[in-house]
Design a protein around this ligand. Structure first.
Ligand code: V47
Ligand code: SF4
Length: 363
């Protein structure tokens, strides 16, 4: 057990008091945490919160990712996944392709995570038809589909509002939105990395609309590119303000930028220490978001295990087939089995708990 004196000595005494009292940390506190070189102290603070919320549990889900197309009109600078229509390596799955992928999954998925590029002309009706067929064949699975960026894009293609788009998707069984597309909200930095994407306010508004319709959603932050620490803390602050207002975020996923095949060239690639600091600080700042995901695909399995001691409580899941991170140089596996996930969680001293998409425990 680290003593109060230890935290005083590394300049975190007053933050320890706030954390123990359950008080909200300010953006200034966030800067103090980033300025602290003592990674162990940061991990200890984040673990106090993580253990208060989830004890020794670490969650995982039997899930399956479906990337329906990589054809995208947005051309984000950091993205190694997207292609133009007709470009070598571009693809677009049919309804039957998608169903076939789900049928051949090694385990029956509890969660089906569907995301793709902003394709110039796939209409909403294609997805309504596909999701109806999925729900018929896989009724036990929760559909977690489309980032807020795709929702805005589909609305535009069909000439309807984002809330109408969300209503129509809800009617065919979509219950959750994944957290992608948030990147960094601050406009100047966002403009440098993804100028064609919807702005941060629109991203937050769409999640608010989804929450009002009963969806639960996730949220993310892409870090380790050209953003400043101030940008990261502002991003976390905007997420927690949105959560205060509409309350539907379930899980935050800090996404470290992977540089391979990316047009975005950076001078100082992310260090493992910065990854762990950011995960710990996310846990501490996001006092109103229940879960922090250690997404093993982007972090690597080993770093995701360490992250469980830095505030993360969720290991994501089996995943099965992942393209976005792997095209950007992710060295992790394509799939992990239930046994492997459980052994990894046990191996770092936690109790594995299988969950469904909404984080309900499965006994
Ligand atoms: O929005 C793209 C990011 C996101 C790169 O909600 C990159 O449970 C790193 O959001 N390096 C998609 N990141 C992935 C995502 C996600 C993943 C797992 C679970 C959930 C969830 C959400 O991936 C994109 C973007 O922010 N991304 N390119 C890259 N080179
Ligand atoms: Fe398209 Fe998403 Fe890649 Fe941006 S991050 S180019 S929106 S696929």
């Amino acid at each position: 057990m680290i003593s109060k004196k230890y935290f005083d000595n590394v300049g975190l005494g007053s933050i320890l008091e706030k954390v123990l009292a359950g008080d909200r940390l300010s953006i200034e506190d966030g800067h103090t945490l980033y300025d602290c070189a003592d990674l162990t102290a940061l991990g200890a603070l984040a673990s106090i919160v993580r253990r208060r919320m989830h004890g020794n549990k670490t969650f995982y889900v039997l899930n399956r990712h479906i990337n329906y197309t990589n054809i995208c009109i947005n051309g984000c600078k950091f993205c190694a996944y997207a292609r133009e229509r007709g470009e070598e390596g571009s693809f677009q799955l049919s309804k039957e392709d998608i169903l076939e992928k789900l049928r051949s999954a090694p385990v029956a998925p509890r969660e089906i995570h569907v995301v793709g590029g902003c394709h110039p002309d796939i209409p909403l009706s294609f997805f309504e038809d596909t999701f109806t067929a999925i729900k018929k064949e896989f009724p036990q699975a929760t559909l977690k589909c489309f980032t807020a960026v795709e929702i805005a894009h589909l609305a535009k293609i069909d000439g309807i509002s984002t809330i109408e788009t969300l209503e129509r998707l809800r009617a065919v069984g979509v219950e959750m939105l994944p957290g992608g597309g948030a990147e960094i909200f601050e406009p100047e930095t966002r403009n440098k990395i993804c100028p064609k994407k919807i702005d941060g306010d629109s991203w937050l508004k769409i999640h608010g609309e989804a929450h009002s319709l009963g969806y639960t959603t996730n949220c993310t932050m892409l870090f380790g590119h050209v953003e400043s620490i101030e940008n990261r803390l502002d991003h976390l602050d905007q997420l927690r303000k949105q959560q205060d207002a509409t309350g539907g975020f379930n899980c935050f996923i800090p996404l470290p930028f992977l540089t391979e095949n990316s047009k975005l060239k950076i001078d100082n690639p992310l260090t493992g220490i910065d990854e762990l600091k950011t995960i710990a600080i996310s846990r501490l700042m996001l006092d109103n978001i229940p879960h922090i995901k250690a997404y093993w695909v982007m972090l690597t399995v080993k770093q995701a295990q360490v992250a469980l001691h830095y505030g993360a409580d969720d290991f994501d899941g089996t995943v099965v087939e992942e393209k976005i991170g792997h095209m950007a140089g992710a060295t992790s596996e394509q799939v992990l089995g239930r046994k492997e996930l459980e052994e990894m969680i046990i191996g770092c001293g936690f109790t594995p708990v299988e969950r469904d998409a909404a984080f309900n425990e499965i006994s």
